[in-house]
Design a protein around this ligand. Structure first.
Ligand code: KIV
Length: 279
């Protein structure tokens, strides 16, 4: 049977079912691989400010950046639900502005849905975007675009009042029309309460197993940065080691003239096996 991308209503319908798997992605090559691995959804996160741009935060990421990377990812996907993150200041100024920017990520990027951070205060923007026919994924708890306000990347919802705030934010976002909700950096019991109280799937990152699915930043789960070791992160590969070893081996072989050898060089008589294959 032909595999099809989950639609937003289908994604929403997975509430309480088999856990949803989402990863971030920023380019076509990794998009092809994560799709082959069978993820349910791909997010072009504004985490690209950290892992692609090396900016130390997400605050400098623009709508044009996200649209560009979404287009790259869309080119590598055939049938996977694709969500584009709305960057800082692309949805906070006015609901009209939010809709215009969400529309760019759909039209220019080819996303199926957008994600934006924040609770009750983002409800008007969510409503406006949803009313225009664009599915919105919410994001509450530790919302990285507000890290200055939080005083750092700190777990949210630890006190009774803060936990109540996270729960109210989640409910407001869903009430405004979100079809799903990322829960980031909150205690396990708060995640359980939110997951039980909203009718849409919760996707956790640093929010325990008490969610309807999980998301990780692709480069983090691949172990690209050995300096980044937060408690919530499990690394499923050691790409930092692999890349250093592979590039180091290449450099050593170039310097000793071991590469390219005859088997990687062309002769005059062209053979079929020597054709440079198109990717
Ligand atoms: O920007 C991002 O990658 C995200 C995920 C971590 C949820 O928002």
């Amino acid at each position: 049977m032909e595999h099809k991308a989950l639609t937003a209503p289908e994604f929403r319908g997975r509430k309480g079912g088999a856990p949803l798997v989402m990863v971030t992605c920023y380019d076509a090559s990794f998009a092809r691989l994560v799709e082959a691995a069978g993820v349910d959804a791909v997010l072009v996160g504004d985490s690209l400010g950290n892992v692609i741009q090396g900016g130390g935060s997400t605050l400098r990421v623009t709508v044009a950046d996200v649209a560009y990377h979404t287009r790259c990812v869309a080119a590598g996907l055939k049938a996977t639900h694709l969500i584009a993150d709305m960057p800082f200041l692309s949805y906070q100024v006015s609901a009209e502005d939010a809709l215009r920017n969400a529309g760019r990520l759909i039209q220019e990027g080819g996303a199926h849905a957008v994600k934006l951070e924040g609770g009750a205060r983002t409800a008007p923007a969510i409503r406006k975007i949803v009313d225009a026919g664009i599915p919105v994924m919410g994001h509450v708890g530790l919302t990285p675009q507000s890290f200055h306000q939080f005083g750092g990347y700190k777990v949210q919802g630890r006190s009774e009042a803060a936990a109540r705030q996270v729960i109210e934010d989640a409910e407001a976002v869903v009430e405004a029309g979100a079809y799903s909700l990322v829960l980031e950096g909150i205690p396990a019991d708060v995640a359980a309460t939110v997951t039980a109280s909203v009718p849409v799937p919760t996707i956790g990152i640093g929010a325990s197993r008490n969610c309807d699915g999980q998301v990780l930043v692709l480069y983090d789960l691949l172990g690209m940065d050995e300096r980044f070791e937060p408690k919530f992160l499990k690394k499923y590969a050691s790409f930092a080691d692999d890349v250093r070893r592979a590039v180091g081996d290449f450099a050593a072989e170039v310097r000793t003239r071991a590469f390219p050898d005859d088997s990687h060089s062309f002769g005059r008589a062209r053979q079929n096996s020597e054709r440079r294959e198109k990717r």
